[in-house]
Design a protein around this ligand. Structure first.
Ligand code: NDP
Length: 312
């Protein structure tokens, strides 16, 4: 086992983790950032980002994250491609054991492990996952050239994915359980203008059917949320875009979480343990934007610096 000591360990490499890393490195804390299992976080599975400040024209999500990671490295943060499996937050320095058998010992920690896509929870969804069922249009749209696909959800992600999919698919059905979208108005306008997209309102997916051995999606059974009537829709692919849940299973029993699993923090992003901070989608269920995550990362780094200074 390889023992690694640090004043500040940052978990997760999305906008919150990278910003915390940049600030902490510039404060001479020599932080270590652990990539986690999705290096760069959720922006690496988006395409165009047009609301991150500082860019007059849209930039690509993966490019933006590469830049953030390089920026953190350039100012002195060590970035390790590793994944934490076990933690002991009962005493300081805190101990964390990783997949690569590293034992990290840290005087303070910033948790920015983000969030992951939610699934509908249907048996048939599990069966066809990877065989026509996906939660990432950016990753899988290419496989649906000239095919018919459905996107489930009514938020920004669902609308953006539906629009993106029209570059490949013949027809895109957006299936939403209500009769109004939650997505920003500018995205809604683009969606309604797009002739390749049909919106199925007040509709819920009840099951996904298809061929077996090899598994292949062929269609959906849909139920109206207004009058319970059932219908079928023939499609080749289904993209689930119904929101996210925080990546906090590692911290259960050691940190205070709310009823949805988000890490509870003070307004200074401090968790229930002195010296441990949470930043971004792992604690924020209200704003959930790249720019707010980055802001929380900055706050966490400043708080951690003050905490470490007070202990010296
Ligand atoms: P949201 O939570 O905003 O939306 C989830 C959508 O899925 C809602 O329309 C919801 O329906 C629907 N839904 C939830 N659970 C189910 C279910 N079990 N069955 C069917 N439908 C369901 O999630 P998003 O991922 O879209 O967005 C998350 C955050 O990220 C938001 O803050 C968003 O603004 C942000 N974001 C910003 C982007 C940008 O700025 N360009 C791009 C993408 C995301 P209902 O409306 O009925 O609750």
């Amino acid at each position: 086992m390889n023992k690694i000591n640090t004043k500040l360990l940052i978990l997760g490499s999305g906008p919150a983790g990278c910003t915390a890393a940049t600030y902490a490195a510039r404060s001479n804390l020599k932080p270590i950032l652990i990539h986690g299992n999705q290096p760069g976080g959720q922006l690496t599975i988006t395409t165009e980002v047009e609301n991150y400040p500082g860019f007059a024209n849209p930039v690509q999500g993966p490019w933006l994250m590469e830049q953030m990671i390089e920026q953190a490295k350039n100012v002195g943060c060590s970035i390790i491609n590793d994944n934490i499996l076990n933690i002991d937050f009962t005493k300081r320095p805190f101990s964390l054991l990783s997949e690569k058998n590293n034992l990290y010992s840290a005087d303070s920690i910033i948790i920015s492990t983000g969030a992951s896509a939610k699934w509908l929870g249907l048996e048939s969804e599990k069966k066809y996952r990877g065989f026509g069922v996906s939660a990432c249009a950016t990753c899988d749209a290419f496989f649906f050239k000239n095919k018919n696909v459905a996107v489930i959800g009514g938020g920004n992600t669902a609308v953006e994915e539906a629009i993106f999919l029209t570059k490949f698919a013949k027809r895109v059905y957006l299936i939403h359980r209500r009769n109004r979208l939650r997505a920003e108005k500018v995205l809604q306008e683009r969606l309604f203008k797009n002739e390749k997209i049909s919106v199925l309102w007040d509709s819920e997916v009840k099951s996904i059917y298809g061929e077996e051995s090899p598994n292949l999606v062929k269609g959906l059974k849909i139920q109206s949320t207004v009058n319970n009537s059932s219908s079928e829709l023939e499609i080749d692919g289904i993209f689930i875009a119904i929101g996210h849940e925080p990546n906090t299973s590692l911290f259960k029993g050691q940190l205070s979480l709310d009823e949805e699993g988000y890490i509870k923090t003070t307004k200074h992003v401090l968790t229930n343990i002195e010296g441990i901070y949470a930043a971004g989608d792992v604690h924020d269920k209200i704003y959930r934007q790249a720019v707010t995550a980055a802001g929380f990362g900055c706050m966490a780094a400043i708080e951690a610096e003050q905490f470490l200074e007070s202990k010296e």
